[in-house]
Design a protein around this ligand. Structure first.
Ligand SMILES: Cc1cc2nc3c(=O)[nH]c(=O)nc-3n(C[C@H](O)[C@H](O)[C@H](O)COP(=O)(O)O)c2cc1C
Length: 173
């Protein structure tokens, strides 16, 4: 099972829009991937699902994570790094089995100039700690608000080419 994780719980996020684009494009390429948005997390996760606690609301999410062998994380830049809610989510997942010796690819995005280069570096450290094997090709998309056409598709030639290359490599990773 392959799962795309939309790495923020911000309503109306560009991250979710990009995650949906990846899901659609991967489907066109023959890979059906699930999509988990961090908007689906229980609202009081920090009270209900940390430090050995487990809520009923989180159980189906944990099941998705447990059944996934390959993840694609779409991660926005928040204050020069990845969102805190993404770290809380990783901390809430059962350890070490959730991510241990599994595979993942990373895509960063931002409204600013850098496309979350530092955030992906920071998250890479977390992935290494939990033994999640990362695909070497990481994609960074700056100025995300200028990247979509009216159908919710990426349309700029270089962005489409880079993301297609990443997806093609992800499919065989
Ligand atoms: C809490 C917060 C911090 C942010 N920090 C940055 C930042 O450091 N650099 C940047 O380019 N954009 C920053 N942004 C803007 C996001 O990159 C922008 O909203 C982009 O659309 C991706 O995030 P989204 O999926 O929430 O829309 C920040 C947004 C939020 C909500």
């Amino acid at each position: 099972m392959v799962t795309i994780i939309s790495g923020t719980n911000r309503p109306g996020s560009w991250t979710l829009k990009l995650a949906k684009y990846y899901q659609k494009r991967l489907h066109e390429k023959g890979l059906d991937a699930g999509l988990l948005s961090l908007e689906q997390l229980p609202p009081n996760l920090i009270e209900t699902d940390l430090y050995g606690k487990r809520s009923q609301a989180f159980e189906p999410i944990q099941e998705i994570i447990s059944n996934t062998e390959k993840f694609l994380f779409i991660i926005p830049e928040y204050n020069g790094s990845f969102p805190g809610v993404l770290k809380v989510f990783v901390d809430a997942c059962s350890f070490p089995d959730s991510f241990y010796e599994k595979k993942a690819a990373l895509t960063g995005l931002s409204s600013g100039k850098y496309g979350n280069i530092r955030g992906l570096d920071h998250f890479t450290g977390v992935c290494h700690y939990v033994h999640l094997h990362l695909m070497p090709l990481k994609i960074h998309i700056p100025n995300i608000k200028l990247e979509f056409d009216g159908n919710g598709d990426l349309f700029k030639k270089d962005t489409v080419e880079f993301t297609d290359e990443q997806m093609d490599k992800f499919i065989v990773f």
